[in-house]
Design a protein around this ligand. Structure first.
Ligand code: J2J
Length: 543
């Protein structure tokens, strides 16, 4: 049973400072929705398809009432405040209802992404000792109940749609509304997921006070009001569409969230026209897809005022096309689920918007750019980005050993990003030092995939590296040293899927080699090996 108090808290002096400055308030996610429901009872809070594919909308009053009943339903199932609940739903309206139901109860959502499969989910459930697993029945051709059958034994499973042998979400709605046990604003509200650099994804404990601060400020920086209509195209549980300013920023201001059931331009452009959408957020490959589809669309996109792009580096060339071709303002967003989020401001000069990844939300965000020995570099030079501040975690959940490496002794988070800072304080992302692949915004830890590959009887060793890709920015390539007969790449890919590895983590390319080049010994040798192999690949393909 993990002890939630094991997670490193903000030191008292910092907490006192953040409170005194008004960054941290007493508001919690438990109160968040009921308060908005009093302010904007009849305003539409969320529009989306439900698990049966029917488009529905809920006013603030309706959403709040639904969350109360769902909270009561979870309580009747024995789920209590402080319990972890893995939330594994696509962008359906039940996602928002369950999210606020769990907040109401004081249970802690663990935010799985729709693309995660049994291997990830087993880890989230076991590592957090989750009391429940909440899913949609099926989505995009995948039956989530299969995961429940394999990895959620002994946990409550709640299903939006056809529940089969599990508990139906509709049954929870029949419960009496729950009078909640108040929660402390400086306690953990939920667990976000890290992109990961190690064998298993790390979990990010965010508190009510720190997260709500980032949400309120993000809403203000992005000009969110009750007239905002935001299209949520990226997976709703991801930190970007959840909080930058995302679903929570829009609901904070009394605006309307429109959930896109799939990210295709056909679906999203239709929704923009239908609901007069004013803002959306995308990863770079989707922004490229929108640019290309906008040329021939008959849909009216003129309501779109702001398009946020983030999650991976957006090229200047593509960035310059957004304004003229989509008729809206581009906002670059460089953020991370661990905390720090940077935005270009809506009134920044075009050159700043297209050539930088923005500046931090808060005057209290501390930014350091350092060399390999943690010495500050000269302003404007490239280095490792370290950060500390009122909404950046001080440690991952239950990961003492990893935390010792991922944070400095004085609490700065080592982002693993290589950046430079411009004279006016804007950050330009120049690269990465962490062992992570950024496949169009989806983060992959090479070590995790290598561990799955090595489990194959004909794989002696594996190294997963990133190779450049014009559309995704990066793709993955697995170099394999065979044990006996070299495995067929297609067989190897289906072997990984069979082990419950998420589709985006399955290597795009598989390359069999007779042996790996010799690199230095010691702990860093695998990253060294990956770097050597990545450059080998570039040489092979440029021939
Ligand atoms: C280059 N790299 C970027 C950018 C993130 C808002 C926006 C994004 C995320 C996110 C988020 C980048 N240019 N514009 O949580 O609230 C890479 C960096 C970073 C890592 C974090 C948010 N924007 N990145 O992407 O936790 O390497 O959060 O450290 O998924 O994505 O990934 P993640």
């Amino acid at each position: 049973m993990p002890d939630l108090s094991l997670h490193p808290q903000y030191p008292d002096e910092f907490a006192a400072r953040y409170r005194a400055a008004g960054y941290w308030t007493d508001e919690t996610f438990q109160q968040f929705l009921p308060r908005r429901a009093e302010q904007f009872p009849d305003h539409v809070a969320v529009i989306g398809h439900d698990s049966a594919g029917v488009q529905r909308s809920l006013t603030y009053a309706e959403l709040s009432a639904s969350a109360e009943r769902i909270a009561g339903g979870f309580a009747e199932l024995g789920i209590q405040a402080g319990d972890r609940v893995v939330l594994h739903m696509p962008n359906i309206i039940e996602h928002t209802e369950v999210l606020f139901g769990l907040f109401r109860l004081g249970a802690l959502p663990v935010f799985a992404l729709p693309a995660h499969r049994s291997s990830d989910i087993a880890h989230f459930i076991n590592f957090t000792d989750a009391a429940a697993y909440v899913i949609a029945d099926r989505h995009s051709g995948f039956d989530y109940r299969e995961i429940a059958r394999t990895v959620a034994t002994g946990r409550m499973v709640v299903v939006a749609g056809e529940a089969a042998e599990f508990t139906a979400l509709t049954d929870l709605r029949a419960a009496a509304p729950l009078a909640p046990t108040p929660v402390n604003p400086e306690c953990i509200a939920f667990l976000q997921l890290s992109g990961g650099t190690t064998g298993t994804p790390k979990l990010i404990p965010r508190t009510h006070a720190d997260y709500l601060y980032s949400v309120r400020e993000s809403a203000s920086i992005c000009g969110i009001t009750k007239d905002t209509r935001m299209l949520v195209v990226l997976p709703a549980s991801h930190n970007f569409p959840m909080s930058s300013p995302g679903i929570l920023g829009v609901l904070h201001a009394g605006g309307t969230v429109v959930l896109a059931p799939d990210p295709s331009p056909t679906t999203t452009f239709t929704l923009i026209e239908q609901h007069r959408v004013t803002i959306s957020s995308l990863v770079p490959p989707l922004a490229l897809a929108w640019l290309s589809a906008a040329k021939n669309t008959t849909r009216d996109l003129t309501s779109l005022e702001v398009l946020q792009v983030g999650g991976a580096k957006f090229t200047e060339e593509a960035a310059r096309r957004i304004g003229p071709e989509l008729g809206c303002t581009l906002q670059q967003v460089f953020g991370m689920a661990e905390g720090l989020v940077n935005y270009t401001r809506l009134d920044d000069p075009t050159d700043t918007i297209v050539t930088t990844q923005g500046r931090p939300i808060s005057p209290a965000d501390e930014i350091r750019v350092v060399d390999d020995n943690d010495n500050d570099v000269v302003l404007g030079k490239k280095g490792h980005l370290l950060t500390r501040g009122p909404y950046t975690i001080r440690g991952y959940f239950n990961a003492a050993e990893h935390n010792a490496a991922a944070f400095t002794h004085d609490g700065f988070y080592r982002t693993g990003d290589i950046v430079r800072v411009t004279p006016d304080g804007y950050i330009v992302v120049e690269g990465r030092s962490k062992d992570q692949i950024n496949r169009g915004g989806e983060k992959i830890a090479p070590e995790e995939v290598e561990n799955h590959l090595i489990a194959h009887p004909h794989v002696l060793d594996a190294a997963v590296v990133s190779v450049p890709d014009t559309y995704l920015g990066e793709r993955t390539c697995a170099f394999i040293v065979a044990d006996g007969t070299p495995p067929n790449p297609l067989v190897l890919k289906s072997f990984l899927r069979g082990r419950g590895v998420a589709g985006f983590k399955v290597p795009d390319l598989i390359h069999i080699v007779s042996e790996f080049p010799a690199t230095g010994v010691g702990k860093t040798s695998r990253s060294e090996l990956r770097r050597t192999l990545a450059s080998t690949w570039e040489k092979v393909t440029s021939r």
